[in-house]
Structure formats: C-alpha cells, structure tokens
Design a binder for this molecule. Structure first.
Ligand SMILES: Cc1cc2nc3c(=O)[nH]c(=O)nc-3n(C[C@H](O)[C@H](O)[C@H](O)COP(=O)(O)OP(=O)(O)OC[C@H]3O[C@@H](n4cnc5c(N)ncnc54)[C@H](O)[C@@H]3O)c2cc1C
Length: 611
C-alpha cells in the first residue's frame, strides 16, 4: 500500500525523491535496501497498480491523452515544420513513462555513451553504463518453443540476470518482421548477433520489457513492489511537488535544501529532508521544478516572477528529441502474412483479448525488429557531399551560438557522421497500417482500406543538431511548461530524414519485392526532394526520447548538474532522470533511465562497485 499524507507531511526523511517514475522508483528501491536510510517519494499521478491499460502489452498508445496516465503535454507551433504542434505524452503515476512506453529494450552504441564522458563527465562511459544497466535487468532467453518459430541469438555477458526488470524475446515474431529483417540484410546491412554490447549497427531483434511468466509489462513499479514492505520507504501518490525550500544562505554560499513544498488534495504541504532532495520528474517537469525553486536562467525566472537563487543558464536548455516518420506499404493479397490490421475488426480484437487471458495471442508482443545504420550505409554515393554540408552548417551554428557548451557537442556529432560505424538513422517495421500523429494537414489523414493488409516502415533521426527548450510559464506547478523543441531549426536534421526516406523507398530486393504490392502512404504525390521534405515536416512525430533539459556538463558549459548529478550552486540537491543526458544517443531511452537510477544510488551511498 502507498503512504498517506500523515506519513509524509511535516515529517523528515534522509532522502526525498520528487517523481516516482522510471529513474525515481529505481533510485528509491536501491536506496531503501539499506534499512538505516529513510526515503520518501512524492509522485504527482495515481498508483495505477494492476491496471490492465498499463500492464497488458499490444495496445500501444491506449493511455495517451487520458490525464489519469498521461501529462498530455504539447509543443509550441514549430515554425520550421509548417507550424506543426506535436503531442508530447509522458507517463503520470507510479512508473512514470515506463508505464506507457512501447516495451522496446534498447541500449546505445558504446561511442555515444563515451561521448558523455568526453564532454566532461568522468565515469559516464559505456563500461560503467553496462555495469549499472545489467543490474536493472533479468533476461529470459527464448524457450525451445519460441526458437521453433524464429531464431534469437544473444551473448550472455550482455544480459542481466537478477534485476527487477524482466526482458524477453516475444513469444513469436510476426512473419512480416522476418520479412523486414531479411530484406534489410539483402539490402546490405549486417545481422547483429547481440546489439546490447556497444555495437548496435545492423539488423537485430530487440527484446521487450515483458515478464514471460504473465506476458505483462515489467516496469519501474517492479522496483517498488520489491521494496514496498520496507518500513524505511514511503511512497505518496497524487502529491505534486511545487518547489524546493532552501535554508538562508550568504550570497556566495551554495544553497542547502531543507524540504519540498507539495500539493495534495488541494492543499500545500511540506516534507523535510535530512540529507538530500532528488528531482526525478523527467525531462519536462524537472527543469520546471528547478525554475520554480529559483534555479535557472535569470531572464526566464524574472519573467515568471521568481527570485533567482542560483543562476544556471542551462536549466531547460539543450533539449534534444528523436523524431520519426512513417510509410505504409500495401501487401500483395497472396502474401501469407498476418498483420495487426486484423485488430481493426472488433470481433477479432475480442477473440485476441480472450486469448490473452489464457496467456496466448498477439497482445503479448512489443515491437522487436530494428535496424541501425550510418549515413554512409544509407547513401554511400552522396555521403562526402552530405558531410561537407553538415560541416558547413555546424560551423555556422558554432559561430552564432551563445551556448558555451555547444561547440564540443557539435564536434562529437560531426565525428559521428564521418565514422561509418555510427548509426545516424534507425529503421523499424510495424505489421499494420501506420498511426500518423494527430493534427497533420488533411492531405495526410489517410485511412486504411479494411480489405487490405499493410506494413509500416519508420525511420528515425538519431542525433539531431537542433536544440530546444522547456521552461516554466507561470509559478503554478500544475501549469504545463512551454515546450519548444526547435524541430528542424538546423536543416541537416531534415536532410538525414530525407536520406532515411529514400533508403526505404529505394528497397528493391527479395523478399520485399515479392510480398509488397505498393507504397500507399505517402504514395505517388511525393516525388521530388522538396516534396519529401514537406511530407516529413507535415507528418513527423516525436519518439518520446527527449533529454538534455538538465544537462550533466561543466558549469561553464551550460551544465545543470555535475557528474555526481548534483545541481550546481547547491550542497544537497540532485537531478536523477533522463534529463541529465547531455547528448542524444542512438537508442530508445528507458534502459538508460534505469541505469541513471542505479548509478545514482551508488553515487549517493558512496558505493564503489567493480565491473
Ligand atoms: C509514449 C512513450 C513511449 C516510449 N517508448 C519507449 C520504448 O519503447 N523504449 C524505450 O527504451 N523508451 C521508450 N520511451 C522513453 C522512456 O520511457 C523514457 O525515456 C523514460 O521512461 C524516462 O524516465 P524518467 O525517469 O526520466 O521520467 P519518467 O519515467 O517520465 O518519470 C517522471 C515522473 O515524475 C512524475 N512527476 C512529474 N512532475 C512531478 C511533480 N511536480 N511532482 C511529483 N511528481 C512529478 C511523473 O508523473 C513521472 O512519474 C517512451 C516514452 C514515452 C512517453
């Protein structure tokens, strides 16, 4: 059972965590392993435990737009993409975004993590990443039955064996995913035996965060369930953190947090802290809490009427998102693939629901087939000219940017582009007609033909040059912050997307040619490079992997936290969530959020662990 207000209000704890999401519950679970440490977690959403809308896979997006589960954020109008407004769903409630994500368990290339260390963060390299990431995972290899329906290879040292998060290959793989994998290999990509050891390039089957005993979601709540009986851990839900309270300090002294102010049942309360406060409210809300506490860009704070206590110009800056775009291809009627298009038939969906209750059927799956490729694999002929173009653009950005930390980041990004082993683009397939984001222009609001079957092919920009912002608009913690991702502010981001588009469209190998009838979406109206660019600007969507808003960087490089995740200018305030990652990685981000929670626990407790 979660805590009551009387367990928390005016009480003192060693550690108070703002946000019971992916990293927050990981940290709470680990810190409270020591019975001498008291821990409180304040989570704005409900507990939502055992809720089938969360636990049952195969119903992607079911909780979107429902304020019981979703913060329902949206961006400002994006001027470089035809005024697009993009919904930024984020998990609200215990588990945070791990309670609404798409089950893809993915780790970054070693070089992308080593880049975080190169930016001035000792100890944030791939070796450390692997050590902490393995602690969060229990991997269940494919059983004989699973292997009978599809091949699954893995290297055991890359897989965790005792962590709270269960991962597994799906019970079976739709034949269309096999078609995708074979097609991409025949197009020249390598088959990656195990993408979890630092090399993600090529075609691979990623595992899903599902517990194969029940085929239900395994998420950060599993850390909570392991620890909820502990008397030293209290988790209060429906408690929205408003701001950090600091002790009086001299002008040149670092601030010491003494408590958190929070809203509960329409009233304002205080929880006191003896050691540290940890903000773990995710990329969008963590910078907002800092700003409401007087930590941030002085002009932003002045505008909303908050006194500046620590001037940190990096708060809410350096925001980097992954974006994707989708094709629909119609299958040849004689192709024998079963697609999720069948789920559009209510009778079929009801039958599947029944099968799930018996531990069978399609609902047990996540999205599993992926390919990661470099620009030079996508378009070897034009790569030299494209790199030249990128270099010019990077030089121009450096010249006019007043962000002191950006130049080093862009240099590392340029190195990635030049290196043939770094994945600039991600591809994935989904065996049904694509879901296109809301609010696209009318010409792209396509519906599938109920008599036909489709495959979605998506391409993703891994390492954007554009940097966005997230800032508080008012002093009310319940107000949404202003989100401006600056999508396509730098043209090369669009160029990479165009290359992804062309790579997919140029597919002309088996088994693709035999089973695919035609491209339905966007279809024949999109021909020239200009058409492709407009199509991408009109229909791209977020991949919900945003990071960077509380970047871990040196203070004079626009950093918000140091490598111990401590907020500059404070003695006992940390940020522990995906917002601290300063440079985007070629991976889906949940495994990284768990890794941050695991590593933060050792940093806080002063534990030095061997690899
Ligand atoms: C729709 C979606 C699909 C995704 N799919 C995948 C995927 O398939 N694979 C993958 O690897 N990654 C995926 N991701 C990304 C991944 O889930 C996130 O990067 C990760 O979960 C972020 O963890 P976090 O701890 O930083 O934040 P969160 O898990 O979002 O936690 C933040 C918590 O803080 C709480 N909170 C916020 N403000 C306050 C406040 N003021 N007071 C108290 N509590 C507060 C929130 O309610 C939330 O519980 C997806 C994300 C989304 C949103």
């Amino acid at each position: 059972m979660t805590a009551t207000i009387n367990d928390i209000a005016d009480k003192a704890f060693d550690y108070v965590i703002a946000g019971g999401g992916t990293a927050g519950l990981t940290l709470a679970g680990r810190l409270s392993e020591d019975p001498s440490i008291s821990v409180a977690v304040l989570e704005a959403g409900e507990s939502n435990l055992d809720d089938p809308n969360i636990t049952m896979p195969g119903q992607f997006g079911k909780t979107f737009g429902n304020s019981k589960y979703d913060w329902c954020h949206s961006t400002t109008k994006q001027k470089n993409s035809n005024d697009a407004v993009v919904y930024w769903n984020r998990g609200k409630g215990l588990g945070g975004s791990s309670a609404m994500n798409f089950y893809t368990w993915s780790k970054p290339p070693a070089a992308d993590v080593d880049a975080i260390e190169q930016l001035g963060n000792p100890g944030w390299n791939f070796k450390e990443y692997s050590k902490y990431s393995l602690m969060s995972e229990t991997f269940h290899p494919a059983t004989k039955d699973q292997l009978a329906s599809f091949p699954h290879t893995y290297i055991s040292e890359y897989r965790g064996t005792s962590g709270p998060i269960h991962t597994t290959p799906p019970p079976n793989i739709p034949s269309l995913e096999i078609l995708f994998q074979e097609t991409m290999i025949n197009k020249g990509l390598n088959a990656n035996r195990d993408p979890y050891g630092g090399d993600v390039t090529g075609v691979s089957s990623l595992v899903s965060n599902l517990d194969p005993m029940t085929w239900t979601r395994s998420y950060s709540v599993d850390y909570y369930l392991r620890s909820k009986h502990r008397p030293n851990l209290k988790v209060l839900t429906e408690a929205t953190v408003a701001r950090v309270i600091f002790a009086e300090a001299e002008a040149d002294q670092d601030l010491t947090a003494t408590g958190l102010e929070f809203l509960y049942g329409g009233k304002t309360y205080l929880v006191k802290v003896q050691k540290e406060i940890i903000i773990s409210a995710g990329t969008i809300k963590s910078p907002q809490i800092l700003e409401l506490s007087g930590i941030g860009r002085p002009d932003v704070l002045t505008k909303i009427g908050v006194e500046t206590k620590v001037a940190l110009s990096g708060v809410g800056e350096n925001v980097q998102d992954h974006i994707s775009c989708r094709f629909a291809f119609e299958l040849n009627p004689q192709a024998k693939h079963e697609t999720y298009d069948l789920m559009r038939d209510p009778e079929y969906a009801a039958k599947e629901m029944k099968l799930f209750a018996e531990g069978k059927g399609h609902y047990r799956r996540g999205i599993t087939s992926f390919a990661f490729l470099s620009l030079s694999s996508a378009n070897p002929k034009d790569t030299p000219a494209l790199i030249e173009k990128a270099s010019e653009e990077i030089m121009a950005i450096k010249k006019c940017s007043n962000n002191p930390g950006l130049a080093e980041q862009l240099d590392l990004q340029q190195e990635r582009l030049i290196n043939d082993t770094r994945p600039d683009i991600e591809l994935l397939c989904i065996p049904n007609f694509p879901t296109i984001r809301a609010l696209v222009p009318p010409q792209w609001q396509m519906m599938p033909d109920p008599e036909k079957k489709y495959i979605t092919m998506a391409f993703v920009l891994n390492h954007p040059l554009s940097r966005g912002t997230v800032h508080a608009k008012t002093t009310d913690p319940l107000d949404q912050p202003e989100i401006d991702p600056h999508y396509f502010e730098h043209d090369f981001d669009l160029e990479i997307m165009v290359q992804g588009f062309k790579y997919i469209r140029s597919t002309n190998v088996e088994p693709w040619n035999s089973d695919i009838k035609q491209e339905t979406f966007p279809g024949p109206t999109v021909v020239t490079d200009e058409d492709i660019r407009e199509f991408i600007k009109d229909t791209f969507n977020t991949v919900w992997h945003t990071m960077g808003s509380c970047s871990m960087l040196p203070r004079d490089k626009n950093g918000v936290v140091n490598p111990e995740l401590k907020v500059y200018g404070t003695t006992n305030l940390r940020v522990v969530d995906i917002s601290v990652i300063p440079l985007q990685i070629a991976a889906h981000t949940q495994a990284t959020a768990y890794m941050i929670g695991e590593k933060a626990s050792d940093i806080i407790r002063g534990i030095v662990r061997d690899a």
